[in-house]
Write a protein that binds this ligand. Structure first.
Ligand SMILES: *Cc1c(COP(=O)(O)O)cnc(C)c1O
Length: 363
């Protein structure tokens, strides 16, 4: 049996007719950028999360960097972020000239909230909370810290559509919740896309201005902005995905539960949620001291796996200028060497999952 780490085609075929009909409708509408689909999507996604306003953007990275730009966090400022994140989280900070300050993760792969205070200086302006792998970060503690030190709170929800902390959806805790709709995400589009959830009407209007060349009125440009619009086709297709998001999430929760109940191998550590967190299982990440041997063994059986992520941002060539070395963040680096994402995707059959479980148990 061949099992790929992810199957985005399955997610399409689950609702093929609806997607195809919507694509045709948009193609035939004659309106392709900033039309009714985007407006409707923004309203529906804000409702879904329980946030006040949603603004559609071109990608998750744009959501992040434009958020820090509009919060006026730039050169000379520091932003706290976990070391073990996707590099785009860090780029969202550094594109604006601000300095990312890395904190080690806890055993649930979220930022270790006990290690944040020692990193706060008079330059610290914000915390970026990452809900990595679809597991909500410790938002109670992060909110308290942001209030105590008067910091902005931005959330990277690129992997956490629908994930909750103490019943509240990720993306609605902070000043800005940043989402990606890249096809492999839990709520994937069919190309690039992103959005922010914000509480403040003025900030929402600023995002709308910024995404459209800084223009608040046609040909009147208030600031040097960006071209970062969610297009009509993506917005329309995302509206379809959103109507099914709860069932899609439940399907992944069930797959994750099956893995957690049935993988039994002392060499393998299973992922665990923090107290109060509901996960949506963007990835199901196991840990094994013999990770490379395990992934090789699975590959020989036809089971594809991925590593999220093999090179932590502080050791990436792009961030050499920050001056970190191997050994700077030992827990982050140890995770990078021992984590493995096993297949979990909408449309995964029980036969496929049984095959993966059996292989893992026999390793
Ligand atoms: C995917 C991802 C992003 C970036 O989103 P894009 O839409 O690909 O730009 C940012 N942060 C995390 C944690 C991600 O997984």
């Amino acid at each position: 049996m061949e099992i790929m780490p992810n199957r985005m085609d399955r997610g399409f075929y689950q609702y093929q007719n609806e997607f195809e009909q919507k694509a045709l409708d948009v193609l035939r509408s004659g309106r392709y950028v900033l039309g009714e689909e985007v407006l409707a999507f923004e309203e529906e996604f804000a409702d879904y999360t329980g946030g006040a306003y949603c603004v559609g953007l071109a990608s998750g990275l744009d959501a992040l960097w434009i958020a820090f730009r509009l919060l006026q966090i730039g050169p000379g400022d520091e932003v706290i972020v976990q070391g073990n994140t996707y590099i785009a989280s860090v780029m969202g900070i550094s594109i604006n000239g601000a300095t990312p300050v890395f904190v080690e993760p806890d055993m649930q792969y979220g930022i270790d909230v006990e290690k944040i205070e020692e990193k706060i200086t008079d330059k610290t302006k914000a915390i970026l909370a990452v809900h990595l792998y679809g597991m909500a970060a410790r938002m109670d503690k992060l909110k308290d810290l942001c209030e105590k030190y008067r910091l902005k709170l931005v959330e990277d929800c690129a992997q956490s559509h629908g994930a909750c902390f103490q019943g509240q959806m990720t993306g609605t805790f902070g000043d800005v919740g940043c989402f990606s709709f890249y096809p492999s995400k839990n709520m994937g589009g069919f190309g690039d896309g992103g959005a922010v959830i914000v509480k403040d009407k003025q900030l929402a209007d600023d995002f709308k201005m910024f995404r459209n060349y800084g223009s608040h009125k046609r040909y009147y440009n208030r600031v040097v902005g960006a071209n970062s619009r969610l297009d009509e086709l993506q917005a329309g297709l995302l509206r379809i995905r959103l109507t099914h998001l709860n069932e899609l999430t439940n399907e992944k929760v069930k797959l994750a539960r099956e893995y957690s109940n049935r993988i039994q191998n002392p060499k393998i550590r299973l992922p665990q949620l923090s107290d109060g967190a509901k996960g949506v299982w963007h990835q199901y990440v196991i840990r094994c001291e013999e990770r490379d041997r395990l992934s090789q063994y699975l590959a020989e059986k036809g089971i594809g796996t991925l590593i999220h992520y093999p090179i932590p941002p502080h050791l990436s060539e792009a961030y050499q200028y920050l001056g970190y070395q191997e050994g700077s963040l030992p827990i982050t680096e140890h995770f990078a060497k021992t984590i493995l994402s096993i297949p979990i995707y909408n449309g995964m059959t029980s036969k496929e999952q049984d095959f993966v479980i059996e292989a893992l148990n026999n390793f």
